[in-house]
Design a protein around this ligand. Structure first.
Ligand code: SIN
Length: 326
């Protein structure tokens, strides 16, 4: 059997509420050992070790915590007595952490992230099955070299493309237009796709330990939105991601402000508040090519990539290239 380390960070999978109910609870309460004990079959598929790395609601994750977590996981991943890692995490920001780790872990070993929509105390909690399947996937021969993956509701997702699409149902995640990587049936994994964009060992962001990340904010565009939000963010951010309408669009007032801030050296990425599609360069909204299109990344994932990009370069053209390859 493979040696799998579970690194627990909290979330609803460790949540506690009124017995049987799933509506109201506190995330990040119970210890990972208690969750493992509730899944006796898990010890038949792997030699497990577990660490309660933190126990928080995932809304408490932050760039500083991502950096610490990535450095910690990179230390674990070089150990010969660890074949793969499962990270338990709250679902609210799981898509951001999965993408961050996908870009910063220096490994070909399986790293699987999972969580739950129902707290551990709910009738029919979904956490135990998700954790069981995440451990099973971490043991699977074909799981090597896929980058960070997520397991949720019998489905295997890439860390780049996973997106929370439902805030209520147990089948809460989707993979945009790209197809999932595979399915889980009990402890069996069935792959039928591979992540195409650069990740983990091929990622330039995984090559040395991270210390900190430059500040990047997100400005949400809506009909009639004033451009002061861009000015405010520019006061202490090195970069701004715009969650634009349609194909990463915004008003003439914003076009002007974006142009002025770009000239001052703020890197601006245009993404879309629409969940599906792709943002290209736009001769209409950015005639002078001052902004960087987010490609298929959501605003929150574009922010993750822009923070990492700004940690290696301040050049718009280099950042444009980074958004094409990751
Ligand atoms: C959290 O993200 O920590 C709370 C919500 C969840 O895990 O589903």
């Amino acid at each position: 059997m493979k040696n799998i380390m579970i690194v627990a960070t909290g979330g609803t999978i460790a949540g506690v509420g009124e017995i049987g109910k799933s509506a109201s609870y506190q995330a990040g309460e119970i210890n990972i050992d208690e969750i493992i004990q509730s899944i006796p079959a898990i010890n038949h598929i792997a030699h497990l070790s577990a660490v309660q790395y933190m126990n928080v609601d995932s809304n408490e994750m932050s760039p500083a915590r991502w950096v610490q977590l990535a450095n910690y996981l990179n230390e674990l991943l070089v150990r010969e007595d660890i074949d793969g890692i499962v990270v338990t995490h709250g679902t609210d920001t799981l898509d951001e952490t999965a993408y961050f780790l996908n870009l910063t872990l220096r490994t070909y070993k399986p790293v699987i992230i999972t969580g739950a929509m129902r707290p551990a105390t709910a009738a029919s909690a979904d956490g135990p099955m998700n954790l069981y399947q995440a451990v099973a996937l971490a043991c699977h021969e074909e799981a090597l070299g896929h980058g960070v993956m997520a397991v949720f509701s019998d489905t295997i997702y890439s860390g780049r493309d996973i997106q929370k699409v439902n805030n209520f149902k147990t089948d809460a995640f989707d993979k945009k237009d790209f197809g999932c990587l595979g399915y889980m049936r009990d402890d069996q994994a069935y792959f039928f796709a591979r992540a195409f964009k650069k990740h983990t060992l091929q990622s330039e962001f995984s090559q040395q330990p991270l210390t900190s990340l430059p500040k990047v904010g997100i400005a949400y565009y809506y009909a009639g939105a004033g451009s002061e939000v861009l000015e405010t963010l520019a006061k202490d951010c090195k970069g701004i991601v715009i969650a634009g309408s349609g194909s990463g669009n915004y008003s003439k007032e914003w076009i002007e402000k974006v142009g002025a801030l770009s000239k001052k050296g703020i890197i601006i990425v245009r993404s879309s508040r629409v969940g599906h599609g792709i943002v290209f360069e736009s001769p209409v909204f950015d005639e002078e090519k001052q902004t960087v299109p987010s490609n298929t990344l959501s605003p929150q994932k574009a922010r993750v990539l822009l923070m990492l990009a700004l940690s290696v370069t301040k050049e718009t053209e280099k950042i444009r290239e980074i958004f094409n390859v990751y």
